[in-house]
Design a protein around this ligand. Structure first.
Ligand SMILES: [Fe+2]
Ligand SMILES: [Fe+2]
Length: 192
């Protein structure tokens, strides 16, 4: 599918507000690609499609999980807040016919992060957090770090924030987020 067709599909799959969020993430991903030397078109596409599965109903989730034999872990099952990224990567690959594995993988890990993320995975993860309509305590510090060239530092703060938030709200932590955080901590101590 070309970008026009994908956008038409997305407009059907997402409420207006989420479509606007996707556009914001796509545009933020372009800005970050300029700073960190990544392919702007790929980053834009990843941003546009990242939340494509966020508003699937239960029947649709069942349909895609069966159709593509998607394996969800215990935390992802029955939890679209976590599983939309995993299901979304299958929709990107097989419905939107996107072949680029970096884009697919960035969509897959945009909710939890993972250890040893590649540049597009990092760009999409952070663009999703700091796009212009996002406001939460500390977002300005993150923007300052990211636009100032400290991508990994911003990521580490984000993972720490997520883990703290999840604990304070008595929710389960996805192990990939802990692995993402520990990986960056270990890298930092190696560089010190
Ligand atoms: Fe998402
Ligand atoms: Fe998002």
């Amino acid at each position: 599918m070309n970008l026009d067709d994908i956008n038409k599909q997305l407009e059907k799959m997402l409420p207006k507000k989420r479509f606007k969020h996707s556009l914001n993430v796509a545009n933020t991903s372009i800005k970050l690609s300029k700073i960190y030397n990544y392919d702007e078109e790929k980053a834009y596409l990843a941003g546009m499609i990242h939340d494509c599965a966020k508003y699937l109903n239960k029947e649709e989730v069942k349909y895609y999980v069966a159709k593509y034999k998607i394996e969800l872990d215990d935390l992802e099952k029955n939890n679209l807040a976590l599983s939309h990224s995993v299901i979304g990567c299958y929709i990107a690959k097989y419905e939107f016919k996107i072949e680029d594995e970096e884009i697919i993988s960035a969509v897959k890990y945009h909710t939890t992060g993972k250890a040893n993320m590649n540049l597009l995975e990092k760009i999409l993860y952070i663009a999703d957090l700091i796009e212009e309509d996002r406001s939460f305590p500390g977002v300005e510090l993150l923007r300052k770090l990211i636009y100032g060239g400290s991508l990994d530092e911003a990521l580490l703060i984000s993972f720490n924030n997520t883990i703290k938030f999840v604990i304070d709200n008595e929710q389960l932590i996805h192990p990939r987020t802990i692995e993402a955080r520990n990986y960056l901590m270990q890298q930092k101590s190696v560089l010190r």
